[in-house]
Structure formats: C-alpha cells, structure tokens
Design a protein around this ligand. Structure first.
Ligand code: NIG
Ligand code: FE
Length: 454
C-alpha cells in the first residue's frame, strides 16, 4: 500500500496505517522496537549531506566515554554524509561523499556545523499547567521546600495532572516535544510522576507512549510513581501500593523501561527507595534515581549497591558517593538547569566526577517546577560556565554518553556507520559557538532517521 502523501514526512507515521496488525505487535513492545523496522522505509530516497564546516562525529569506542575520551569529538572538516534507509552509510570528507552519492538527493549545508541530535536523558515531559506562581515566589526569596509546604511544588502539578484528560495532557506535551526538536534534541527520556495513583500514572505513561508513536521525537519511558507521597495517603501505604500494584501493572503493560525514585528528605528515604527500586529490578526494569539533590542522604551509595544505570542530580554528593558510583559503573546525570532555576549555586562536582573516571551525562530535567527548559544548548552553557566542563566534554555528555545511559549507545549518540541518521545542523561554523552564544537559538535543520523534520 502506498504511503499517504501527508504522512511521508514523519518517519514513524509512514509505518502507521500500513499494516495495523504488525503495528500493534510492534508498538506493544517497550524498547527501541517502538520504531518502525528500518527495512520498512523502502520508499526513502538516499540523501547526501555535503559541505558541513564540521561534522562532530563522536566516533570512538563502543561504550560510554570517560576521562580524556570525553574530549575527543572526531570532527571532520568540510564533511559530508550519505544516508540510506534512515541510517548513516558513509561519513567523511565532502568530496568523497559527493563521488559516492549516485542518485541520492543532494543537500548543501553551506558551511554549517553538524552534531548528533542531542539525547536528553532526564525529563518530566508530561504534566498539566505550569508553576508560574512558584517561580514568582522563588524570585521573592522562598525556597523550593518552603513553596512545596505552602501548597505549591510537585503536589500542585499532581492535582492539575489528575484533573486533566489524556487528550489535554497529550496536547500540552506535544507542544513541549516540539520545543525539544527545535533545540536539536532528537531523543529524550520521559518520566511519569505527576499522577501518583495507579490510574493517573498509567494515564501519563500512555501519553508518553502515544507521543513516541506520533511525533518524530524518540522517547524512552521511565516510571516515577515514587516522585512524592500523595497528600491523601500515608508513606507506608503508598510504598505498598507502588510495590504491589503500580509496578507490576506498569511492567505487565510494558509502559516503562526504567524505574526512578525521588530519594530525598520529605519524599522517599533510603530504605523506602531501596524497597521500591529492588521491586522494580525484580520485574525487569532498569534503574535511575533522583539522588542527593537538596541533601546528601547516601543515595549515591544506594544506586551503586543496586547496580542502577544512572544516579541523577548529585548536587550534594561527596567524594565517597563519587567513589561508590565509580565502583559500580553508575553514570551520573548532571542537571545544572535545576540548580540555576532554583536560584542555587550548589552545582554538582562535575570536574571531580570526570577525574574519578565517571561517564558523565548532561540533561535538562525539563519540568514545570525546578527546571522549565527543554534547551540542551542552555544546559551546555551552564555546564561550561558553572561546572567548568569544557565545550567538548559537554557535547560528549549530552550525546554519546547520554545515549548509553538510555541503553541506546549502539544506535544513536554519534554519527557513525550504521547508526540512525538523527542529527542537527546549526547556524554556526564552529560547534563551540553553540555553547558560547548562550540564549540564542541556532538550529537550522533537524533530521530524524534521515528525514528532515524541522
Ligand atoms: O528533578 N526533584 C524532583 N523532581 C523534579 C522536580 C519536579 C517538580 O518540582 O515538579 C526535579 O527537580
Ligand atoms: Fe527530575
């Protein structure tokens, strides 16, 4: 059956409608299999991208980068790329690509810089409303914890999210998904966590699934039922509900690949977090965690003990915590946007983590309360100015290392032979300009699986 004309621009929608039966089976799985198998894109014409001032390939070892490897971008000057069936076929000097282009459609990039699409490994994509009042109160000097106690904070977003329909949540999150793509981000992780009942958490996770199916943004789902204890129940009852009802259902419906917990004073303590994450692990979910954001509770050690994939935030993590993460190869996900937006100066110790040999990741923490930004270039700017990472390190942390932290390092995060052609073209000649001209959108074009989507 031919692809309907109006769908031909969306790599996922070309699949939708072609074989409903196969689609159902396919989308039912929670893994990279959410996406159409590439051989199904047989109508796609090859594409030759030529004359990039720099192609930042990040080609290198097939594992997360550590230490000095974080500073190796493997840049090709006056570079080009041949894309076939949504994957990278050749990447190299423009003249070589031009000779191999055959009947491919040629696009002249006019001396712009090309990077892998950013991979944002920590977001809270789906929620209702906003937190403009919290924002104003913080500007007036109140802290995150004070505002939460006074009726703002996570709970206020939970109330709005519970009241919203699936369609309303979808519409708002779709707008936010477009923001990510606009900034050159092609893959994100997205957490639930603003429902906090079985019904509402499932609603949020289904919206995430739908967004993954219906937008070009690739979305990796995480269950964060342990984001806060609902006001209308006790701590112990809620932990039981999470372990005995919510997690088994999420796992059964394959609605999440990861489980996360907000391990923090006033939210879930280390013992409760251990229980919840251990139950998730038994059900086959991989683990992430909101750790040591406001206080050092020993969360980093817990994540190491449980063999978590990532430990996120880490603003208050000390040397022992860093050593524990290293011993268990847990990837730290640093979120300078939330430090900045909360008006704090307590940035995580990125330099010490890099020196300790950790495979550092940078992400936005996009959420309505502590980090209302989808912009990876803004995060890179904060990483360089506030955490003293170099632009090179920041780019590695937000592409290939982030891809490995989402279990997708073999498919995305670098521009290498056989990987998905997910990339962003920026209106600058030197990749460092992305970080240097902060606050300026510089995205010229975005490609997902070889199709231009912006
Ligand atoms: O990562 N720390 C917990 N969760 C979010 C904040 C969520 C909110 O304030 O709505 C974070 O910062
Ligand atoms: Fe978060």
């Amino acid at each position: 059956m031919p692809i309907p004309e109006d769908r031909s621009n969306c790599p996922k929608q070309t699949w939708v409608g072609r074989d409903r039966r196969a689609r159902r089976g396919f989308w039912g799985k929670v893994c990279d299999g959410h996406r159409p198998p590439l051989q199904k894109n047989r109508f796609m014409k090859s594409l030759a991208l030529l004359h990039a001032s720099q192609i930042v390939t990040l080609s290198g070892p097939k594992r997360p980068r550590v230490g000095k490897e974080l500073s190796e971008l493997a840049i090709i000057h006056d570079g080009g790329m041949l894309i076939r069936d949504g994957k990278i076929d050749i990447v190299g000097p423009s003249d070589k690509i031009e000779k191999s282009a055959g009947g491919a459609k040629i696009v002249d990039l006019g001396g712009r810089a090309v990077l892998p699409g950013f991979v944002d490994a920590h977001t809270h994509l789906v929620f209702a409303g906003n937190r403009l009042n919290d924002f104003e109160r913080r500007a007036g000097g109140e802290t995150y914890e004070q505002i939460a106690k006074a009726g703002g904070g996570i709970w206020s977003t939970v109330e709005k999210t519970r009241a919203a329909s699936e369609a309303d949540l979808f519409a708002q999150a779709k707008k936010h998904a477009d923001w990510f793509l606009k900034g050159g981000t092609t893959t994100i992780e997205a957490k639930s966590g603003y429902g906090l009942t079985l019904k509402d958490e499932l609603k949020v996770l289904r919206v995430i699934r739908q967004l993954n199916e219906q937008t070009p943004l690739e979305i990796v789902p995480t269950f964060l039922g342990a984001h806060a204890v609902p006001r209308d129940t006790s701590q112990d009852k809620y932990v039981d509900l999470l372990i005995n009802e919510m997690l088994p259902r999420v796992a059964k419906e394959k609605l999440a690949e990861f489980c996360d917990v907000f391990c923090e004073r006033g939210y879930f303590n280390v013992e409760q977090s251990r229980k919840i994450l251990s139950a998730a692990k038994k059900l086959g979910l991989k683990l992430r965690g909101h750790i040591d954001q406001l206080t050092n509770s020993g969360g980093a050690k817990l994540m190491a003990e449980l063999g978590a994939t990532t430990a996120d935030h880490l603003e208050k993590t000390d040397e022992q915590g860093i050593a524990a993460l290293k011993a268990s190869s847990v990837q730290p996900v640093l979120l300078p946007g939330s430090v900045y937006a909360l008006g704090s100066t307590s940035y995580p110790r990125a330099r010490q983590m890099i020196e300790a040999g950790l495979a550092v990741v940078l992400a936005t923490d996009f959420n309505p309360g502590s980090s209302p930004t989808p912009s990876m270039p803004m995060i890179l700017s904060l990483a360089c100015t506030q955490m003293k990472m170099s632009p090179v390190e920041a780019i590695t942390a937000s592409t290939i290392n982030a891809a490995y932290s989402l279990n997708r390092g073999d498919k995305i995060g670098s521009l290498e032979l056989g990987k998905l052609a997910n990339l962003a073209v920026f209106d600058c000649e030197d990749y460092r300009e992305l970080v240097y001209w902060f606050g300026l959108p510089q995205t010229h074009a975005v490609y997902v699986r070889g199709k231009r989507i912006r």
